[in-house]
Design a binder for this molecule. Structure first.
Ligand SMILES: Nc1ncnc2c1ncn2[C@@H]1O[C@H](COP(=O)(O)OP(=O)(O)OP(=O)(O)O)[C@@H](O)[C@H]1O
Ligand SMILES: [Mg+2]
Length: 438
């Protein structure tokens, strides 16, 4: 086991204090500055060596699995260079080491969460390092003592940082204190990278799930539309036909004809309701005539029903079915929000195609609201804006919401045009109940 050297007790001077704090701050920021974790760790090792004034630094990211401790060695770039120029190939940075739990000092630091100082490199990881290689490394680099600190975060140890000193230096108490801080910075970077990776994975899973749910919902809507159209509506149309046959008899018992007329009216109402249900679930025109025509017709109807002045401005374009469906759902929600919340007198609905982008907007002159306040207080029963955002995200686009109380609202959606965008006009439920029969 390595000998613990005698430690100096003098505190460093003020200039060194400031430099040390500056180095610690840079180490704390390393995780934000590098996309790659190993690059962040190497930069922490650089500033650690600079702050301690030590000759070399390195660390091991350790993993305990099934009672076995393995470590990935990461060295300060200067250390790797020195090893290479001393002819020690391949660079040890590539080594994945298995450590002896009872004999390796790195393992002890990892398990006991204690800082240590050792005078012989061989003690660090023995017995797995070849003694001759260790001797070579130590002699080539002139290392006399090595300080080790556990990389702790939240009570968990993720590895060990080592600072190697050459002959000119003795390891002081402050070296160990500062080394412990750098070890914590390295641990925080690893944890941060782990959490970021987990978050990205989860987000991807949620997006996949959401897309699958939305696709399934659209398929289910199409299926229900077809069921209603081919089932209930056809039956009602047939019933209406027989009502008309009965009504065509010139001689009917006294008082029967008003009942027949009443039956005819009820059947026609049921057919109309079935058609409205189909249109609400998935307007047939969306598949046959496309997004622009469907929206134009619906906006005309809405204007007539509500008295709002609706300005509809659109390029005569068609997009792939999935894109048109998603944009239709987004715009319908934006328009529904106008009718539900805005108390607007004017609404503008726009669909534009730039070279490689689709731009859609719904703008009203209503009461407006504070989108930031809405986002701060998510309410489980308010899902419209959230679902709009998610749909836009799945299309790879961006949603901008501009609104202020009393100043109206603009919903602006920009999505990339899919590379092979061809209008996929497919036959779906088209309510073909014979108009002439009604
Ligand atoms: N055009 C608008 N004008 C004024 N307020 C709006 C407008 N659009 C959204 N809001 C405000 O934002 C809130 C959130 O909208 P969101 O669509 O998420 O929920 P919702 O419409 O209340 O419920 P739903 O889940 O049925 O859509 C609304 O309750 C409303 O206060
Ligand atoms: Mg809504």
């Amino acid at each position: 086991m390595g000998r613990v050297g005698s430690l100096q007790t003098e505190p460093p001077d003020l200039t060194r204090h400031v430099a040390t704090l500056d180095a610690i701050e840079r180490a704390m920021c390393a995780g934000d500055c590098y996309d790659d974790l190993d690059d962040a760790l190497r930069s922490i090792l650089d500033v650690c060596a600079e702050a301690l004034g030590c000759a070399y630094s390195g660390l091991m990211v350790l993993d305990m699995h099934d009672g076995e401790l393995t470590g990935r060695l990461i060295l300060q770039p200067k250390t790797t260079k020195s090893l290479c120029s001393a002819g020690l190939q391949p660079p040890v940075a590539q080594w994945l080491l298995q450590l002896d739990l009872t004999q390796s000092l790195v393992a002890r630091v990892f398990l006991e969460h204690r800082t240590r100082v050792v005078s012989c490199l061989h003690d660090l990881t023995r017995p797995h390092w070849d003694a001759y290689a260790v001797h070579l490394v130590q002699r080539s680099l002139g290392i006399t003592s090595i300080a080790l600190a556990p990389m702790l975060t939240g009570g968990e140890c993720l590895g060990v940082v080592a600072a190697a000193f050459d002959k000119a230096q003795a390891v002081a108490e402050w070296h160990l204190t500062v080394l412990r801080l750098f070890a914590r910075c390295a641990a925080a970077s690893i944890k941060h990278a782990d959490l970021s990776r987990t978050l990205v994975d989860r987000e991807q899973q949620v997006s996949h799930l959401l897309k699958a749910t939305i696709d399934a919902q659209e398929r289910e809507r199409e299926r229900i539309c077809l069921e209603i159209h081919d089932g209930v509506t056809q039956t009602l149309a047939a019933a209406h036909h027989y009502v008309q046959v009965v009504d065509s008899y010139p001689q009917l018992p006294e008082g029967v004809r008003p009942h027949i007329h009443r039956a005819g009216t009820l059947v026609r109402t049921a057919i109309r309701e079935a058609r409205e249900l189909i249109a609400t679930l998935r307007p047939a025109a969306l598949d046959t005539l496309g997004l622009v025509v469907t929206l134009r017709n619906e906006m005309e109807d809405l204007g007539a029903q509500t008295g709002m002045c609706i300005e509809f401005e659109a390029d005569e374009v068609r997009f792939a079915k999935a894109t048109e469906t998603a944009l239709y759902r987004i715009m319908r929600e934006a328009v529904t929000n106008v009718t539900k919340h805005a108390r607007a007198s004017r609404v503008a609905v726009r669909v534009k195609q730039a070279r490689d982008r689709i731009l859609v907007e719904v703008q009203d002159d209503g009461v407006g609201f504070d989108p930031a306040a809405e986002a701060r207080q998510p309410t489980p029963h308010k899902v419209g804006l959230l679902s709009m955002r998610k749909r836009v995200e799945l299309l790879g686009g961006a949603l901008t919401l501009v609104s202020r109380p009393t100043e109206g609202t603009l919903v602006r959606v920009e999505v990339p045009l899919p590379a092979h965008s061809s209008p996929a006009v497919e036959r779906v439920a088209v309510c073909e109940v014979a108009e002439e029969a009604l």
